[in-house]
Design a protein around this ligand. Structure first.
Ligand SMILES: Nc1ncnc2c1ncn2[C@@H]1O[C@H](COP(=O)(O)OP(=O)(O)OP(=O)(O)O)[C@@H](O)[C@H]1O
Length: 829
């Protein structure tokens, strides 16, 4: 298809200054050098004129490594018959391709990059330059086995066009012409008639040139092949298939952006120059051809020189070739020059000239402009486009807002009402919560008071004045107080029961409300309020707990002070009586020893005071029972578990594993053991360990009894703890019982005697087993059989094993049968 005049004009009207969007970039011409391989006829193995230094540099006419020649010991200078000067000139280029490089290598590193630029609307130009026979046509067109860069470029161009066809509409046209003997001929038609050049602004166009539309790469290659066939070629001295003309293959691309209607034009020019000719034996027509070729190449050289020197005047008009290449040299075009050279000595001068021009060409700059075509649409066309775009923006805005709204749901209108309901429900729950905390605190304090009163009763049993009226009335007073406290406990428990019901009801109502919020999809708007109110409850709980702990601490403190005063009083009285006895000369040596021992122990005991905060510390556990308000916690409220208040906590109800065994044994063997009481020597025979001595009815005769003061215990009840040999037996049998770590046992038998009178019939023994938990049990005459049974049990390996096992496995306490509640409560702490 031949373009009509209007289409042609459009194609030529590329980026008129000041119209449309014009992006200008200054770019230097890129210059590549390709060195062809030496052929058989070339002067092999004579030295070459080029040595490649690296990818970007070569040395022209390098110095050769010569083997020195000596005559009579004197180095001789060899005579260079080639008359070479060994100039060793270094030339830098953008890339130097050696003889092994293929056309594909050249394409990949040179023309391939141009395509993106071309499809962005920039003019691009590639021309091959060099002497005749240097490989220009081979590089440009190649052959069937080695396609030239024109074919490779066109193939990739169509690939890229196909990739972009969704966004752009492409129209591709080609023209192919030759400049032969300073005449321009159309190569796409067989009818050869010269064409005229026309100057059009900065560009030159060819009047009447055929511009054909090409739809695919195959069509294009076919066109190229036919054009080449029309090209003037004749054998010369230097090249059997010498191209006697300059060939200019041009591809015009018109791209219309589908969304914007914007039109861009770009032109790719591929120029295969005829080779410069040396003065040769060519005669006649070939001579004339050679002269014209040289003339046009000389003009090209002059243009290159002026452009590289930055001169204003460029003699483009000196030849048809330079007029046609005006665009490609320093104009609006990204230009790439491939200089072909031969390394053969016979091409020494040609190669040197080519390299010189190539080197100069590197300095040429061109001004790249994006070719946006101005399309003269009527104003209504633009108005239509603008109103269409406005409509689209409006629609997009609506859609955007809809998306935003759907992502951020709107709170309901009654959100404030819902919030105030939620807050009032939380307030109700909080109120009940605080009331429970107060009651529970009161409950704990009462429990502690009962505990302390009971300790007083135990303490009283240490003395031998139980029958005096004063003591009896005091004991009565304590018992009455205990009864009152227990009455209060019962009342507190009843109140707590009611409060818990109310709290659970309030909590259920709140949970139901939150669930409704969730179902109605409005909980998300009140989440922050839920968190705020919940944290308020936690804070209130902490504040109340802290107050409660302070109050418990104060009670314990005052009790400790009283205990210390009592110790002081006892010590004073003991000294007073000792002095009296001494004055009346009734102090035996043993008593003296005891007194000194007591004094020492008091001092030692004080020294050994240490507070053990480990979790296993029994005193700490006891104290914590009163400190914590564990019945009430958020978890309980959440799960609506109402604690048991049926009975006040009684530590005395809790037993150790050993006691469980004891109890069981008691049931089984107590009768037998009572019967055997009279036959104790027999028991001694069964187990010869010293602890059997405990069965001796006379406490004075207890020889292996060890007394330990538990300093922690002092803080609560100043209990004297007697660690019986029973423990030793247990340790021997089971190897699991560890001795008291911090306080080595000291013999305090005398202390007990001093305080409780030697003749006491009922002796309180407290077995303190630090490892296995709290054992706080009275041992008196009534339960001596029980101890005996336990002792015997330990003497029996199988029973001892059972005892030991339960000691190890059970952490603290085991409830008495039928008293699960008390045990469960204690377990909580
Ligand atoms: N790189 C190369 N590898 C192999 N053969 C080559 C190479 N370059 C050129 N030749 C061969 O050298 C010969 C001359 O090459 P070509 O025709 O391309 O030179 P030219 O520069 O186009 O010459 P002219 O200007 O006279 O047309 C051809 O036979 C070609 O096959």
């Amino acid at each position: 298809m031949v373009l009509n005049r209007r289409s042609l004009e459009n194609l030529k009207r590329i980026a008129p200054p000041g119209r449309g969007r014009v992006v200008t970039q200054e770019e230097k011409m890129r210059v590549f050098v390709r060195i062809k391989p030496l052929s058989d006829e070339d002067d092999v193995p004579k030295p070459k004129t080029i040595r490649i230094r690296n990818e970007n540099a070569l040395i022209f006419d390098p110095r050769q490594d010569e083997t020195p020649f000596f005559f009579h010991g004197v180095k001789q200078n060899p005579r260079d018959i080639t008359k070479r000067q060994h100039k060793s000139i270094k030339y830098d280029f953008h890339r130097v391709f050696g003889p092994q490089s293929t056309n594909e290598d050249i394409y990949n590193e040179s023309t391939k990059d141009l395509l993106d630029k071309l499809l962005s609307g920039y003019n691009c130009s590639v021309f091959v330059y060099g002497a005749t026979g240097a490989g220009k046509t081979f590089t440009m067109l190649g052959n069937e086995n080695n396609y030239g860069i024109t074919y490779l470029t066109m193939k990739d161009l169509y690939t890229k066009v196909n990739e972009q066809k969704d966004s752009k509409k492409f129209e591709i046209y080609v023209s192919y012409l030759e400049v032969y003997n300073e005449m321009v001929y159309d190569l796409l038609i067989s009818d050869k008639k010269p064409l005229f050049l026309r100057e059009c602004g900065n560009t030159t166009s060819v009047a009447g040139i055929t511009i054909k539309m090409v739809n695919n790469v195959d069509e294009l290659i076919e066109m190229l092949r036919r054009g080449n066939a029309n090209r003037t070629q004749h054998p010369t001295d230097a090249n059997a298939e010498s191209s006697r003309s300059h060939a200019l293959f041009q591809v015009y691309i018109q791209m219309t952006y589908k969304h914007t209607d914007q039109v861009k034009m770009a032109k790719l020019s591929m120029v295969d120059l005829a080779g410069s000719e040396r003065a040769s034996s060519n005669k006649g027509m070939r001579f004339k051809e050679g002269s014209n070729i040289n003339k046009s190449l000389l003009a090209l050289g002059n243009c290159i020189n002026n452009l590289s020197d930055g001169l204003r005047h460029i003699p483009y008009r000196d030849s048809k070739l330079t007029r046609l290449l005006k665009d490609s040299l320093g104009g609006n075009c990204k230009t790439l020059m491939i200089s072909c050279v031969s390394p053969a000595l016979s091409s020494y001068e040609d190669t040197h000239n080519t390299l010189k021009y190539a080197s100069r060409a590197m300095k040429i700059k061109s001004n790249l402009k994006e070719n946006v075509m101005s399309v003269n649409h009527p104003q209504s066309h633009y108005t239509k486009i603008i109103s269409g775009l406005e409509e689209e923006i409006k629609n997009l805005k609506i859609r955007y807002e809809e998306t935003l709204l759907s992502k951020a749901p709107v709170p309901p209108n009654n959100i404030e009402d819902l919030r105030s309901t939620l807050e009032s429900l939380f307030t109700r729950k909080l109120k009940k919560h605080i009331e429970i905390l107060h009651l529970e605190s009161a409950q704990k304090k009462t429990e502690l008071r009962i505990f302390l009163k009971r300790n007083l009763l135990e303490r009283a049993s240490l003395f031998n004045a139980q029958h005096s009226h004063e003591v009896i009335s005091e004991l009565n007073r304590i018992n009455i107080a205990i009864q009152q406290f227990e009455g209060r406990m019962t009342s507190l428990n009843a109140q707590l029961n009611i409060l818990w019901d109310e709290a659970i009801a309030a909590n259920n109502e709140l949970n139901l409300f939150i669930k409704q919020l969730e179902t109605n999809n409005v909980k998300q708007f009140l989440d922050i309020d839920i968190v705020r109110c919940s944290s308020q409850i936690i804070i209130e709980e902490e504040v109340n707990l802290s107050d409660h702990r302070n109050e418990i601490g104060m009670i314990l403190d005052s009790n400790l002070n009283i205990s210390q005063e009592l110790i002081t009083m006892l010590a004073e009285k003991a000294t007073q009586y000792y002095n009296l006895l001494e004055a009346s000369n009734k102090v035996s040596e043993d008593m003296k020893k005891d007194y000194i021992s007591i004094t020492k122990s008091f001092l030692g005991g004080l020294k050994a005071v240490s507070w053990d905060f480990s979790p296993a510390n029994q005193c700490k556990i006891k104290r914590d029972v009163f400190l914590n308000l564990n019945q009430l916690n958020i978890e309980n409220l959440r799960t609506c578990v109402k604690p048991e208040f049926s009975k006040p906590l009684n530590l005395e109800e809790c037993m150790s594993p050993l006691q469980v065994v004891e109890d069981k044994l008691q049931q089984i063997t107590i009768k037998q053991e009572i019967n055997k009481m009279d036959t104790l020597p027999e028991i001694n025979k069964i187990d010869t360990s010293p602890e059997i001595n405990i069965m001796d009815k006379s406490p004075e005769s207890i020889s292996d009894e060890t007394v330990v003061i538990s300093t922690q215990a002092q803080s609560l009840n100043n209990t004297f703890v007697l660690k019986q040999n029973l423990d030793k037996v247990s340790a021997n049998r089971s190897a699991t019982t560890t001795p008291h770590r911090n306080k080595p046992p000291i013999d305090m038998r005398c202390l007990t005697k001093s305080i409780t009178k030697p003749a006491i019939q009922r002796k309180k023994l407290i077995i303190n087993n630090n490892k296995n938990g709290l054992v706080n049990r009275k041992i008196n005459q009534e339960n001596l059989p029980l101890i005996m049974a336990a002792t015997k049990t330990l003497a029996d390996p199988s029973l001892a094993k059972a005892v030991t096992k339960s000691r190890i496995n059970t952490n603290i306490l085991t409830p008495k049968s039928g008293n699960e509640i008390g045990y469960n409560k204690l377990k909580k702490y």
